[in-house]
Design a protein around this ligand. Structure first.
Ligand code: ARG
Length: 282
């Protein structure tokens, strides 16, 4: 079946890596003793922006802030639903200082802001991606299962919960990448048995990533129309995507992998509108 492009992913928020670094360890990829090369990081981030624009994305920028090295990972800013913005509630204090800057950006750009209750963690689009009519949301390492009911209440969307099972794949967007209306790249190694069943029931055609590909952050790709912008692409995965009618563009971001982030983490889709919950009984 021909690609039926996602209705979102063409307008992206990004933050330049001026203050990007690995200054603390909040996931298993981060090691303070590993040095980030700022020039290489800037060149890789510029390369990603260039590729995204070439394939038809519009990129909006927010300013980087000293002392907030992970602000580059805009995927975690929050949930976008049309003109509604629900800021993340970061699990770790190291990232909590980002939220006022995220809120300021969205307020200045005309969004209304709704908050999750205090004490309930959820790390934005890093742990929540729309697929079909529902919002798929991960929980355990960074987001609380309890956040999902609040998200559903605030957005009106049905939320499908998936428990993450491997601490190396600590956000949903390292395990799940919607490709079009029927297809997604999936990394079942990252989910518990029930989560696997949820995704199986939801995704008619899945490209199942092998464990090594998942751990190379293959699922952390940005889909712009019919192009999949990937941090790396094993030949088997590329062949399958191309057979389905996608083009693959590789934008290597090894400096950001040192912080546990890939291409998708560096972007936040601004053109997402979530569907309403189906009426009960439907
Ligand atoms: N160092 C960041 C953190 O651990 C990386 C965030 C990656 N973002 C993502 N959407 N997976 O919070």
């Amino acid at each position: 079946m021909a690609v039926e492009p996602l209705g979102w992913g063409r307008r992206l928020l990004m933050c330049p890596p001026e203050h990007f670094d690995v200054l603390y360890e909040i996931n298993s990829w981060m090691h303070r003793e590993v040095r980030v090369d700022p020039d290489a990081a800037r060149a890789q981030w510029d390369g990603l922006v260039t590729v995204l624009k070439e394939v038809g994305a519009e990129v909006e920028l927010m300013a980087s802030v000293p002392g907030l090295p992970d602000l580059v990972f805009t995927a975690n800013a929050g949930i976008v639903n049309g003109a509604q913005f629900i800021p993340a509630r970061f699990r770790h204090p190291e990232r909590q200082g980002e939220t006022p800057y995220d809120v300021a950006w969205f307020t200045q750009h005309g969004s209304s802001v709704d908050y999750l209750p205090e004490g309930v963690s959820h790390e934005g689009a890093g742990d929540a991606l729309p697929f079909g009519d529902v919002l798929v949301s991960g929980y355990r390492f960074r987001s609380d299962a309890a956040s999902h009911a609040y998200l559903s209440r605030l957005t009106g969307a049905a939320v499908r919960s998936v428990e993450l099972a491997d601490e190396r794949l600590y956000h949903l967007d390292l395990t799940f990448c919607p490709l079009d209306r029927r297809r997604a790249m999936v990394a079942p190694m990252g989910w518990d048995a029930y989560g696997r069943r949820v995704i199986e029931a939801l995704v008619p055609e899945a490209l199942v990533l092998e464990d090594d590909d998942a751990l190379a952050f293959c699922a952390n790709s940005v889909v712009v129309g019919t192009t999949v912008v990937m941090p790396s692409c094993p030949p088997r995965v590329g062949r399958r995507l191309e057979a389905w009618g996608f083009e693959v563009a590789v934008a290597p971001v090894p400096e950001f992998l040192k912080a546990g982030g890939g291409c998708r983490c560096l972007t936040l889709a601004l053109d997402v509108t979530l569907g309403p919950c189906p009426p009960s009984g439907a």
